[in-house]
Design a protein around this ligand. Structure first.
Ligand code: PMV
Length: 326
């Protein structure tokens, strides 16, 4: 096959990864636990050709510079596995709201890993595909899988040990993620840059590393028990710890804005009125709220009414990356 198309959904980390144990191999400094969503994702086609360089088209716009270099370096790994020198054209369409910064690298590199290996004729297991996707973006290793995925990470792990696996299928647990978009702006600092800066300058970074594995163990248990309250509490703790760690870096890194804070307060207020909802934020201002599926609509309406909230979507657990017709 000289052309293949794949689709992958984005995923949201419930227990975050933040920091790299090995920058070259892109090994996360911590493990992580995520939920793959049933909306937002990337469709990517890879077509081998005779040109001398790779080409990248993102949302119908030709890309050059850093974006193309990052994809080309990733494709070099696939070419090495395939024993091929052929360059290709990568065409990617993101159905994440434009410029929202909603974890598009996770779905982008999971879709690229699958489409590129198919186009170059490389047969990989899901575990191997997850290992490969990790080189593009740490969180992409998790988007290979549907439902809840657990990703290994940490100092001393070899590259072959650092992949994600499913721990619960999408239907295991009737949860939803209410996604409140809190800005239209592009983020100024990439997560990779911010992680390195935090590790170098934040006095809380070591505490983050030292306390992380307990959160991961407890959250994995909460998923297996279908305990949304425990999972939600651990999820909030993980995101607040990650952002506190960045806020203590020198100079500080802040991804949150006033709308983010209003949504966080809104979630706390809803909870005090009996709703079962919990927030998490990644390297951006948007807030994702975990709740039971039957409460999602009401919670979504409440959050949409807050000032600064641009848009609200309701996601449910979704499937893993898949090959599709162009
Ligand atoms: O996938 P990366 O390397 O861009 O980093 C993702 C970092 C967070 O989204 C903040 C946390 C996570 O585990 O997804």
């Amino acid at each position: 096959m000289t052309s293949a198309t794949a689709y992958a959904h984005t995923n949201i980390a419930l227990i975050k990864y933040w920091g790299k144990a090995d920058v070259e191999q892109n090994i996360p400094a911590t493990g992580s636990l995520s939920l793959t969503l049933d909306c937002f994702g990337t469709k990517t086609s890879v077509t081998l050709g005779d040109s001398l360089t790779d080409r990248l088209t993102l949302n119908q716009k030709a890309q050059e510079g850093l974006a193309l270099d990052r994809v080309s370096r990733f494709l070099d790994r696939v070419r090495l596995l395939a024993g091929s020198q052929k360059r290709c054209h990568v065409e990617s369409l993101n159905d994440v709201p434009t410029a929202s910064g909603l974890a598009s690298s996770a779905s982008a590199f999971a879709a690229l890993a699958l489409a590129a290996t198919k186009a170059y004729g490389v047969q990989l297991s899901e575990k191997e595909l997850s290992l490969l996707a990790r080189y593009g973006s740490g969180s992409a290793a998790r988007s290979v899988f549907g439902g809840f995925a657990l990703m290994h990470g940490g100092q001393g792990l070899s590259s072959e040990e650092c992949y994600a696996k499913t721990i619960a299928s999408p239907s295991h647990f009737q949860v939803a993620m209410v996604v409140a978009q809190c800005s239209n702006a592009q983020k100024k600092v990439s997560s990779s840059e911010a992680m390195l800066h935090t590790a170098k300058t934040s006095p809380y970074y070591q505490a983050w590393i030292d306390t992380h594995s307990q959160d991961l163990t407890n959250a994995t248990h909460a998923v297996s028990q279908g305990d949304i309250k425990l999972l939600g509490q651990l999820m909030e703790h993980s995101t607040l710890k990650m952002h506190a760690c960045m806020h203590a870096a020198r100079p500080a890194i802040n991804y949150l804005n006033d709308a983010t804070l209003r949504v966080m307060e809104g979630v706390r207020k809803l909870r005090s009125q009996g709703a079962n909802c919990y927030f998490t934020m990644d390297a951006g201002p948007h807030v994702k709220v975990l709740c039971p599926q039957n409460e999602a609509e009401t919670i979504g309406e409440e959050l949409a009414s807050l000032s600064g909230v641009i848009r609200v979507d309701i996601a449910r657990p979704g499937p893993g990356a898949r090959v599709m017709q162009r």
